[in-house]
Design a binder for this molecule. Structure first.
Ligand code: B12
Ligand code: SF4
Length: 550
């Protein structure tokens, strides 16, 4: 397939997965064209209770978040739930949202050595459930590492409101629906009744309409769950074809002032004080081995520039926002759309940045000009490695390293801060490969850099292969920490890998300081106090190492 000059191998990912992998089965059954809906079929209605005789009341709940020592408490409104709530409201269905993370942003509970839970404590969640007494509780989960927290919330629902139905969605549950349902059995009874796979907007509305009448459609697209005592797992076929037709996220149901007051959004160094995340597209077809995004939404579906601008204007008027952070997986994948989007953005006069990585190969000077002219102040270049072989065979990411120096110089000449990301410790990667990659990157004057240690993230090809090889189990991977070698995949010892990364970061940061002392002081010293406040537990060991080295 050809995308604006980018070659994308659609089948490549599937062909690298072990034959028994649940992900392979999920992908094989997913018919993700985004251009048509699932084929029409007869409904298979099953009576599950008495009709309500009134609208069903739904609470959408984001559980507390599992965090690792030193991680930054980045807290943004739960976008997925806000989209779902908007669809429910548009369908006239009563809905509320409880984001346990923002409601308990000061509540840090140490759950194990180096592991924390951030968010509303159990008593607070119970009280909210009792007060609202919803008929259905819809739980979300962004990271697989939050599965324990999700189950705990599901149990609380069952204890406080035994008649309430628990519905779960999100990436992890969509891919591993059967496992999530089976692991959710407590004392012989499910605490998760249903998983709705894939994008939830239309599925949840249809599901609730049936449930209000006391029934479920057991053959519904993307439905998995315990239906009349039997485990049903249906494939997910339809994708939303027209994102512009979706209502804007229902942020009015969230305590927006609390997010603004915390002011640690997606990128923790914002320019503004009232920052909003915006999602202009869904999906990414590239298929990097360490990433789960492709598998959730392989087909790239984009909103029109006009719809995005109308959304941002609405936030300016309603919330007085002063910065945008784009959360797309692959913002610039389609060059034509990206050019049009940034042109349309310029009149708004808002600074913006891309905390998520931008693919180097999608950028050129013309696009950079359009980005800068519309307010870009910081870009994340997802280089991922400075080693050509690693990029090609281990990450399988198309990054043309030869373009990076010129691109970076141009971005910096135009006043943009350039942040880089690297992922090291891939299966088969040797210490020599890593050193070579680091040496290349050390010639590049990034303004800041982050190094992740490769982890088997559920939904990624690395995960499937590591499980198949018996190196990790499904359950191990629910506790990954991408700053550490908790689940190391290369033959290098964990402590060696961590010290390679830490030494590189110290070297790189010292060089950065020598290049531009003033900028370095502004970033690290001015933020030192703030970082201590916004990190959970002790500040990150790598940050400390950099500061100590001074
Ligand atoms: C924004 C984002 C963040 C933000 C999240 C802040 C927040 N609280 O919202 C920040 C910056 C903090 C973040 C951090 C990290 N992230 Co992140 N992040 C994302 C990103 C780019 C977008 C999430 C999003 O908002 N999507 C948009 C909404 C619309 O989609 P959605 O949430 O999936 O919801 C839809 C459906 O899933 C469904 N749905 C969702 N919930 C429910 C519930 C019900 C009941 C129903 C019916 C349906 C339903 O309907 C929704 C609407 O269609 C995703 C990539 C992605 N494409 O999702 C990665 C992603 C979630 N992140 C990921 C990772 C790995 C991380 C980090 C570990 C990275 C790192 N190395 O540090 C950290 C972990 C943070 C931590 N625990 O400490 C992985 C998670 C993989 C996994 N299996 O766990 C993802 C998938 C990216 C990837 N490349 O693989 N991240
Ligand atoms: S890392 Fe980026 S480019 Fe690669 S598959 Fe994930 S979202 Fe796409």
């Amino acid at each position: 397939m050809e995308l604006d000059g980018l070659r994308v191998k659609q089948g490549a990912l599937d062909s690298h997965l072990p034959s028994e992998s649940p992900l392979r089965e999920y992908l094989a059954l997913k018919d993700e064209t985004a251009r048509h809906q699932a084929s029409p079929r007869a409904r298979e209605l099953v009576r599950v209770r008495e009709p309500f005789g009134r609208p069903v009341r739904t609470m959408l709940l984001m559980p507390p978040m599992r965090m690792f020592e030193g991680a930054v408490k980045r807290v943004i409104p739960p976008l997925g739930l806000a989209y779902l709530a908007a669809s429910l409201e548009a369908a006239g269905m009563p809905v509320e949202i409880l984001d346990c993370i923002v409601e308990g942003v000061e509540v840090e509970e140490r759950v194990a050595d180096g592991v924390w839970r951030l968010g509303l404590a159990e008593a607070g969640i119970r009280a909210r459930l009792r007060d609202s007494a919803p008929d259905v509780v819809g739980l979300s989960m962004i990271y697989s590492s939050d599965l324990d927290n999700l189950y705990r919330c599901a149990q609380l629902v069952k204890e406080e409101l035994p008649d309430a139905l628990v519905v779960v969605g999100g990436l992890h549950a969509s891919i591993y629906a059967k496992q999530v349902l089976i692991d959710g059995i407590r004392d012989g009874r499910p605490c998760v009744d249903v998983v709705l796979r894939g994008e939830g907007e239309e599925r949840l509305v249809a599901f609730l309409a049936d449930y209000a009448a006391g029934q479920l459609d057991r053959g519904a697209d993307g439905l998995a769950g315990w239906v009349a005592g039997e485990l049903v797992v249906n494939p997910q076929r339809a994708r939303l074809a027209d994102l512009d037709a979706q209502p804007l996220p229902a942020y009015h149901l969230l305590p927006m002032e609390k997010y603004f007051a915390h002011n640690v959004p997606f990128s923790p160094y914002p320019r503004g004080r009232r920052v909003m995340q915006v999602y202009t597209s869904r999906g990414c077809p590239i298929g990097c081995t360490f990433c789960a995004s492709t598998n959730f939404s392989k087909a790239f579906v984009a909103r029109s520039p006009q719809a995005v601008v109308a959304e941002i204007r609405f936030y300016q008027e309603r919330y007085g926002i002063d910065e945008i952070q784009f959360a797309d997986d692959n913002l610039t994948l389609h060059r034509g759309r990206a050019l049009a989007l940034f042109e349309a953005l310029a009149p708004l006069g808002l600074p913006w940045c891309t905390p998520n990585g931008i693919m180097v190969n999608t950028l050129d000077r013309e696009l950079v000009d359009r980005m800068v002219d519309s307010g870009l102040y910081q870009i994340t270049l997802s280089l991922d490695s400075g080693n050509v072989e690693t990029l090609k065979t281990r990450h399988r990411k198309p990054v043309d390293l030869a373009r990076v120096p010129d691109l970076m110089a141009y971005l910096q000449a135009r006043g943009v801060l350039v942040h880089g990301t690297l992922v090291v410790g891939m299966p088969g990667e040797t210490e020599e490969d890593i050193r070579e990659g680091f040496a290349y990157v050390e010639q590049l004057p990034f303004n800041s850099i982050n190094v992740f240690i490769a982890q088997a993230i559920p939904g990624s090809e690395l995960f499937e292969n590591a499980v198949a090889a018996g190196e990790i189990s499904y359950h191990d991977a629910l506790h990954i920490d991408t700053a550490k070698s908790t689940l190391k995949l290369s033959a290098i010892s964990g402590s060696r890998l961590e010290s390679l990364v830490s030494d590189f970061l110290v070297r790189y940061n010292l060089a950065m300081r020598n290049r531009d002392r003033e900028a370095w002081d502004r970033k690290y010293l001015d933020h030192k106090e703030r970082m201590a406040k916004i990190c959970i537990g002790r500040a990150s060991p790598n940050t400390s190492a950099v500061l100590l080295a001074n």
